[in-house]
Design a protein around this ligand. Structure first.
Ligand code: SF4
Length: 453
């Protein structure tokens, strides 16, 4: 297996909710396919009359509820996730509204409702498969099979790892990462930064500028969420809870029980923004976009953390996310919610420990403890909406992350018997053994027992 080559900004991506694999990945697919049509020779491009788009697996099972068609349409008219505002997406809410797609001299009329929700069970290499076809009658002029593999990452048939520089400190596991840290007497965030620079060619200043944009987006999601009241979109009629929770925390001066209420309020806030289709940061996915922001907001607003501490904590959190992605998965469709809220909680615990000044052993222990207690967590969103159990689950993930940090930073490091590599291995195996019905298909669990929502 090659070393970890994921970039920080592939893991922490800015984009619209509510589900990175159902919105950010498909939006990129829509954008990419239109680009490829435009690159066809004139004689082929101008022949085209129609588009056929088919969604499979969990995209088919829960794509409507997750807003996949409107994300694809937004991509097809030229928007990418980090430039896409909610009003762009909402123009595609009417499934029957016709849209004229401009393909360099060729205009094709397409409706969001034309996207076909195909088989949930299939044999394609990844659950979240999309097939795009550009056609003239029955003749297929261009076909591309895309895979939305979680966290907003997009792959396609024949995809190869993009060429980029080699990581300065290659690693595949936490054990190898620690060897580099010891041998080079460096800190975890320095190594992640050095690898990012050698792989992408970015300077430290450029990385920090982009990281600050990520931090601002996380903070804005929390700020908006604690101020916004009302009912979330979709048929469930779910009440936003963050503002009420925040007011209670404020009355208790964010101390004692008020401290816990504040963590809950901040996680609920960012998750409710995600459920509204507003801009969040995949950390590591949209569905889990409330966990890290909750602790980040807590650290900045109530614990006096400096910007550099926040940046360094996020870089340490990325190390955990990279390892989980590399050796297991961060996709609910592949391994259930342990890969989303579980990984987010581990990243948040590491973030908290590192930003508070603890070194890599406490940071690793905090991440390990957090993920250990999410093993086996299934993904069964009610009605296919990233609301129940997702929103409260983010609050639970944030509280567990804080508690994992408390355990890891209070007890002696030698008490720790499970290392991060082992728990990631267990997560991967648990994901393999998990029934497909519990992997973002809404075919089991809460999605079935609360089907009347
Ligand atoms: S249950 Fe977890 S994995 Fe599934 S959609 Fe919700 S947050 Fe994502």
């Amino acid at each position: 297996m090659p070393p970890v080559r994921t970039s920080i900004f592939e893991l922490l991506k800015i984009g619209p909710g509510p589900s990175s694999s159902h919105t950010i990945g498909p939006m990129r697919a829509g954008y990419d396919f239109m680009d490829r049509i435009r690159e066809l020779p004139d004689n082929i491009r101008l022949k085209g009359e129609d588009l056929e788009i088919r969604l499979f697996g969990s995209l088919s099972a829960t794509g409507e509820g997750h807003g996949t068609p409107r994300a694809i349409m937004s991509g097809m008219i030229g928007f990418l996730p980090d430039s896409c505002q909610p009003d762009i997406l909402s123009q595609f809410d009417d499934k029957d509204a016709p849209f004229e797609l401009d393909i360099h001299g060729k205009v094709i009329t397409y409706h969001p409702g034309d996207i076909i929700m195909d088989a949930v069970q299939h044999d394609y290499p990844h659950s979240n498969t999309m097939i795009f076809r550009y056609k003239a009658g029955d003749e297929i002029l261009l076909e591309r099979m895309y895979f939305s593999v979680g966290g907003g990452f997009l792959r396609w048939q024949g995809w190869e790892e993009p060429e980029r520089g080699e990581p300065q400190f290659p690693y595949k596991s936490m054990a190898q990462l620690k060897d580099h840290l010891r041998a080079n007497e460096m800190r975890l965030h320095e190594l992640i930064l050095a690898n990012e620079m050698s792989m992408t060619g970015m300077t430290k200043d450029e990385i920090y500028t982009d990281l600050d944009h990520v931090i601002e987006t996380m903070e804005r999601a929390v700020e908006l969420g604690i101020q916004t009241t009302g009912i979330l979109p979709g048929p469930i009629g779910l009440q936003r809870k963050a503002p009420v929770m925040y007011e209670r925390a404020k009355k208790e001066y964010f101390q004692g029980p008020g401290f816990l209420k504040a963590i809950n309020a901040y996680a609920l806030a960012a998750s409710e923004e995600n459920a509204s289709g507003h801009c969040v940061v995949t950390a590591p996915t949209c569905g889990a976009a409330g966990v890290i922001p909750a602790l980040l907001f807590m650290l900045k607003r109530h614990m006096g953390a400096l910007q550099d501490e926040i940046r360094e904590g996020l870089l340490a959190a990325c190390a955990i996310g990279f390892l989980c992605k590399h050796n297991a998965s961060i996709s609910g469709a592949e391994v259930g919610c342990q890969g989303e809220v579980g990984v987010a909680s581990a990243m948040a615990a590491a973030f908290m420990a590192y930003a508070r000044g603890y070194r890599f052993q406490v940071t690793e222990n905090a991440a390990e403890i957090a993920i250990e207690h999410h093993l086996g967590l299934t993904c069964d969103p009610v009605g296919g909406y990233v609301q129940i159990p997702c929103i409260e689950r983010n609050a639970m993930g944030a509280v567990k992350a804080y508690n994992a940090y408390v355990i890891a930073s209070t007890l002696d490091e030698s008490y720790q018997k499970v290392d991060l590599d082992k728990v990631i291995q267990a997560m991967a195996q648990t994901g393999k053994d998990m029934s497909r019905n519990y992997k973002e298909t809404s075919l089991a669990g809460l999605a079935v027992s609360v089907a009347d929502c």
